[in-house]
Design a protein around this ligand. Sequence first.
Ligand SMILES: C[S@@+](CC[C@H](N)C(=O)[O-])C[C@H]1O[C@@H](n2cnc3c(N)ncnc32)[C@H](O)[C@@H]1O
Length: 223
Amino acid sequence: MRRACARLTVVDFKEYALSQLEPPPGRVLEVGCGHEGGIAPALAAAGYDVLAIDPAAPEGPLYRRVTLEELDDPRPFDAVVAGRVLHHVHPLGAALDKLAGLAPLLVLDEFAWNHMDEPTIDWYESQHRLLEAADRDPHGPHDIGHWREQHADLHPYETLRAEVDARYEERDFAWRPYFYRWLRGPASEALEAGLIAADAIRPIGFRYAGVRRETVRSPADER
Ligand SMILES: C[S@@+](CC[C@H](N)C(=O)[O-])C[C@H]1O[C@@H](n2cnc3c(N)ncnc32)[C@H](O)[C@@H]1O
């Protein structure tokens, strides 16, 4: 039995983060905003005091080109948001210790890449071929097997969850589509969501919001 998506409405990460944050004013750290700048501008426009970090961050007053490990900011934050970042970060436990020390709320948009099963991969690769044949220039890899070989260092969902759960108590969680970001076809997200709802493919994206625990638990206790 597959795990069903609790919510399959199309809500982007910016809207999700805004739904989880306390109303402004507040100070928010975006970790791993990427070269496109992440959701920092939307959070700033909503009234938050935002700092967004990434070695590849764009120029601008919201951004600093540093890693989380290099970040040295004396003022506390009210929340940390991170989109598709933590599954890349090594060592993950130390990074989450730092995040939990910086702010009481963690809001994530993430990728359970290891949950791709055969029907899910078949669907993705066939969509990729269709979009390529239609000159839609899909963004993601055409061969998931090859992609997996090249990304062996990513944290699987269970590792990420155990490390997060050791430090935060879940306040909100939903499985959701992910491949649409790689496919970028006109109907990719709705199609992926529909197939997940029909239990034909697995959801490999998820959104999470958690509140810092008073005491850090061992990740082993969370498994
Ligand atoms: C898949 S991209 C996601 C970018 C953006 N958040 C988005 O959703 O489009 C992952 C980003 O995380 C950044 N990143 C990885 N490890 C990091 C770290 N330790 N500190 C800060 N940024 C990091 C990378 O530089 C990269 O830009």
